[in-house]
Design a protein around this ligand. Structure first.
Ligand code: BDR
Ligand code: CA
Length: 315
């Protein structure tokens, strides 16, 4: 199985993705690193520790940074993931637990050095821990097997933005970090809103998962209800958009997706703050900030039915 570090801000869809990794025979979860985003860092770390304890995960949990690289943290939207970050479903059997002493970005560096060329870093929150890892040890970019993020909105398909008309939440929450991550020389794929808004877990789909009887699926079904209600009210979607679990699906089976290759920059000021823009390989323009930057992949299409089948079969 592929060694995977999961950088996450749980988060309802983060929990769906984390338990998907744990259930997948193709993946070996070697660490969970936490980040602020859907809630503050204390809450997202508590949630990661809760999921580890309740569902018997063996991977250690490392706490990440509590704020973006250079700007104050945006308030977390409690109307999306609830005050407790998990849809305000009661966290039964919650016991106090502490993360490992090492900070998240150092854990990423150390694991990349321990298993050179073997580790996939899957990041589904703001990209601050990844930027801190690059700053502390730039070689980390060549030591990881690949990086797969859920983030960005390229305006190719699906929804162009979800926090502003052009910005996706994970990028908007730390645009400077995201620009550093996109312009680092690693093998990176962004699984963006273009595809994640096209894959929806309907209430019937979630109920069917839960009917299988596992505690994990019962819990995911419960936390999915407020999330589905949010999307229904805002976007008229019946069910939950599959954001973070789509990034995990990419790690398991990239053939589910079509990607476009090119250099990616992030808007770090002005009204388009947090917008991700890709210059496709081979496109001709005048000199620009996209020149001489690493070529990264951005998803432009997905086989949603096959992704939903993979998730259900794995769970
Ligand atoms: C992303 O933002 C968070 O709210 C979700 O967990 C997901 O990672 C979607 O824009
Ligand atoms: Ca997330």
């Amino acid at each position: 199985p592929t060694k995977i570090i999961f950088d996450t801000d749980p988060g309802i869809d983060d929990a769906m993705a984390l338990l998907f990794i744990e259930a997948s025979p193709a993946l070996d979860l070697i660490a969970v690193t936490t980040i602020f985003g859907n809630a503050d860092i204390e809450t997202t770390t508590r949630n990661a520790l809760y999921l580890k304890d309740r569902f018997g995960l063996t991977a250690p949990v490392y706490k990440g940074t509590d704020k973006p690289l250079t700007r104050p943290r945006n308030p977390s939207p409690t109307f999306v993931h609830g005050v407790n970050g998990l849809g305000d479903v009661e966290l039964t059997g919650l016991v106090p637990a502490q993360p490992e002493a090492k900070p998240a970005h150092q854990a990423i560096i150390d694991l990349a050095r321990q298993y050179p060329g073997e580790v996939v870093l899957c990041a589904v929150g703001p990209l601050t821990n990844l930027a801190l890892a690059l700053q502390a040890d730039p070689e980390v970019a060549t030591l990881l097997k690949s990086v797969v993020i859920m983030g960005g909105a390229f305006g190719v398909a699906g929804k162009p933005g979800n926090v502003t008309p052009v910005a996706e939440a994970n990028i908007w929450n730390d645009p400077e970090a995201a620009d550093q991550v996109f312009t680092a020389p690693w093998n990176l794929t962004a699984v963006s809103l273009d595809v994640t808004t096209q894959v929806v877990m309907s209430p019937d789909y979630m109920d069917a998962l839960a009917a299988g009887g596992s505690d994990a699926c019962g819990f995911l079904n419960a936390i999915s209800k407020p999330y589905a209600a949010f999307y229904g009210e805002r976007d008229g979607v019946v069910g939950c958009c599959v954001h973070d679990a789509a990034a995990v699906a990419y790690v398991i089976d990239p053939s589910l997706f079509t990607v476009r290759r090119g250099s990616v920059r992030v808007v770090t000021e002005g009204i388009a703050l947090g917008q991700t823009c890709q210059k496709a390989e081979g496109e001709l323009f005048g000199p620009s900030a996209w020149d001489d930057q690493p070529i990264q992949a951005a998803t432009v299409a997905v086989d949603g039915a096959r992704l939903l089948t993979l998730y259900a079969q794995t769970m």
